[in-house]
Write a protein that binds this ligand. Sequence first.
Ligand code: FAD
Length: 307
Amino acid sequence: MLGPVLLAAARSHSIRRIVAAAPVTRPVVDRFVAGERLDESMAAVRSLAARGLEVTLDYLGEDITDPAEALRNRDAYLQLAAALKEHGLGVKAEMSVKLSAFGQALPGGHELALKNVTPVVEAAAEAGTTVTLDMEDHTTVDSTLAILADLRERFPQTGAVLQSYLFRTEDDCHALAGEGSRVRLVKGAYKEPATVAFQDKREVDKAYVRCLKILMAGEGYPMIGSHDPRMVAIGQELAHRNGRKPADYEFQMLYGIREAEQQRLVANGNRMRVYIPYGTDWYGYFMRRLAERPANLGFFLRSLATR
Ligand code: FAD
C-alpha cells in the first residue's frame, strides 16, 4: 500500500520541501543519483564505460511550471551533448529526456516541448549519439509519441519508452516495432487510474512479456528496461527465439540498482546500458525509486532514525 502513497507524495510540492531539506536525505539520494553537476555525471560515465557498460544520461527535471525553466533544461542538455561529443563514446553514451522538463505541461505545451527539445536532438546527432524520450504519466503519451514521430522524420534513431502497465501499450508496441525504431520497454513508474492501467503487479508483468514478444519479433531495436530477473531471462530467450544477436537489442537498468547483475550481463556478452540521472531536481525521481521497493524506504527511514 505504501507505493501509491509515495507516488502521490512524488508530486506534492509541500512534501518535496520537507524531504529535500532533511539533512539525511542526501546520502540516500546519492545511491540513485550520480551527482548534482555535469562533471560528476561524466565521472560516472567514465567509471561505467571502463567496465564495459553503456549509458544514457538524464538531467533531472520534470513538471516545470515556468517557460524559463524549460530553456534552462534545454541548455543543460546542450552542455551535456557537448561533453558527450568531447568524450567521443558515440551511441554508447546517449541522453534521456522528459518532455515535461521542456514545457509539455504548459499552455501550448506540445509545440513548446517540440521546439525546445529539437536543438537537443540535433546536438546529440552532432555528438554522434541519440536521444530517448522518457514516458511520463498517461496523459502525456499521445503528445510524446507525436513528438517522437516528428523528430524521427529528421532523426530516425530517436528512441521512446513504452510502459507495460498501460492497456494501450500492446498497440503502441505494434506501431513502433518497425525498422529503425528504438523502444525501451518498462513496467511504468507513475500512479495511474484503473481506467487506463493494470493495477495488479502480475498483470503488469504478463503485459510486459506480451509487449516484449511484439518488439522482439519486430524489425526495431528493443531495449529491455527492467531489473526483474524474470524479464531479463525472458528477454534473452525471446532474443534467441527470434534469431537476434546481442548487438540487436540491449538491457537497461537504473544507476545504483542491481549493479552486480549489470556487470554479469556485460560479462556474458550482452549490451547493458545504465540510466544515469544527475542534477539538483532529484525529488520526483527519488520518490519513484522509493515507491518501487519498500526496502529502499526502510533504508531511508533507518538513516533518519540513526541520526
Ligand atoms: P520490479 O518488478 O519493480 O522489480 C524487480 C526487482 O528489481 C525487484 O525485486 C528488485 O530486486 C529490483 N528493483 C526494482 N526496483 C528497484 C529499486 N527502486 N531499488 C532497488 N531494487 C529495485 N518508468 C517510466 O514510467 N517511464 C520511463 O521513462 C522509465 N524509464 C526507465 C529507464 C530505465 C533504464 C529503467 C530500468 C526503468 C525505467 N522506468 C521508467 C521505471 C520502470 O517503469 C519501473 O518502475 C522500474 O524499472 C521497476 O520495475 P522493474 O521492471 O525493475 O521490476
